[in-house]
Design a protein around this ligand. Structure first.
Ligand SMILES: [Zn+2]
Length: 140
């Protein structure tokens, strides 16, 4: 069963999802077989499926998760609408049409996003701990 949690993704366990071919493989049993959001177009727009039990997908570059897809949704349009700063979504180019420099920049942006998310997670963990527990962990 294919499943990659957000935490796994931040930790780099989704690195093979950089490849469109690998992303496409995650869409086995995808409910839409006609229309704009068929699996091929989802994979081209940067998405991979995070969990087969739902229609939730995640962008390999910005890590944005989107679900509740409907038959007429355009993957690229939804991508840029919900994640306007995503470098890959801004390019609106399929993998095979990217230049070497564009690929390099996509990978750099992905690493920046991944590290930002990791830091955000780390901060939230610290913030959620009671102060006395935090101080104890510092002193022990
Ligand atoms: Zn994205």
């Amino acid at each position: 069963m294919h499943q990659i949690s957000l935490k796994d993704a931040f930790e780099g366990k989704d690195s093979r999802m950089i490849s469109e071919k690998q992303r496409l493989l995650t869409f086995e049993s995808w409910p839409f077989t006609t229309g704009p959001c068929v699996k091929e177009k989802m994979a081209k727009a940067g998405f991979y499926r995070c969990d087969e039990r739902s229609d939730a997908v995640r962008c390999f570059c910005c890590f944005k998760e989107l679900d509740q897809w409907s038959h007429n949704d355009e993957p690229w349009d939804e991508h840029i609408k919900h994640s306007k700063n995503c470098f890959f979504a801004q390019l609106q180019k399929e993998e095979q049409h990217l230049t070497v420099d564009e690929v390099k920049n996509v990978l750099i942006e992905r690493e920046i996003n991944r590290n930002a998310k990791l830091c955000e997670n780390e901060l939230n963990t610290v913030k959620s701990q009671p102060t006395n527990q935090l101080l104890k962990s510092l002193w022990d």
